[in-house]
Write a new protein. Sequence first.
Length: 178
Amino acid sequence: MAPVPVQLVETPRLLLRPFREADFDAYAAFCADAETMRYLGNGQPLARIDAWRQMAMFVGHWQLLGHGMWALEEKATGLLLGRAGSLLLPGWPDFEIGWMLGRAHWGRGYAREAARAAMDHAFVKLGRRRIISMIRPDNQRSIRVAEALGERLHGEIELLGARALVYEALAPAGQGGK
């Protein structure tokens, strides 16, 4: 299998790029923070080895599917801020756009900026017709991001042992095909 190049995406403040080994300490610190992880996965912080496995899974997702999660780098400083992009894991309900920022970077509009870029990429470059974001009901910050992106509440499911709201966006007319 030939390596699939991760497509770089730039926004006014961010570079959405592949994860690299140098990101690990910062990413592991984000994943170890209970408040950052409160609404993600099973709601528990990740041990360093599990943060490594997750980061490696994101790299592999690109290789296997040609899309995935990007590392979010602040262009002005080069700091890793978190992650955003797409997931379509085996058994996943649909093509998802998701985001996660380290707590020190909350409240600055980075999640919305990165998620908008990921959504545009999914519709324009990947030809997706529909995207979803699965959000825990108490995660008001992510609900606000989803709504700012134009996603609307579509339903709810059980995800990883807990209830999740499913927000949905459809491609603009004339875009999307999958």
